[in-house]
Design a protein around this ligand. Structure first.
Ligand code: NI
Length: 136
């Protein structure tokens, strides 16, 4: 986003500010402005999703490819949602485990539905979900 910087003042309780400063130190921010900017952006992304807009995101899965029924299910579900899947990448982590990154783009509600279905497959060991925005 290329727009001019604007300053504004914020009033809050001393105790709350101390807790905030502790939090941003833990998160390795160099100053409050940087931390507040990030938090505002995060909230705006959540709002875009909540508004059911067209969004981009990534779903990650870890599963054991020896569970054949599970692997078929992971594929079947992806084909059901092919209109909102841009690409997927499969990494063989070790003898048992596979890691899959599914890049999604489309209606937020539908992508969330896809994520919930994949996540709830029994023996998917880990599922993650990252939402992105074009930064409006
Ligand atoms: Ni694999």
């Amino acid at each position: 986003m290329n727009s001019k910087l604007v300053r504004f003042g914020v009033s809050l309780e001393e105790e709350l500010l101390m807790r905030f400063d502790r939090l941003i130190r833990q998160r390795k921010y160099t100053n409050r402005s940087e931390a507040i900017r990030d938090m505002i952006r995060e909230e705006l992304i959540k709002k875009e999703w909540a508004d059911n807009r067209e969004v981009t995101g990534a779903i990650t899965l870890v599963y054991d490819h020896h569970a054949k029924v599970l692997v078929t299910k992971v594929l079947d579900i992806q084909h059901d949602y092919h209109t909102c899947i841009q690409s997927s990448q499969h990494i063989h982590l070790d003898h048992h485990n596979c890691f899959e990154i599914i890049v999604t783009r489309g209606n937020a509600k539908i992508i969330e539905e896809l994520y919930r279905k994949l996540k709830s497959i029994k023996s998917v060991k880990h599922a993650g979900f990252m939402m992105a925005t074009k930064g409006r």
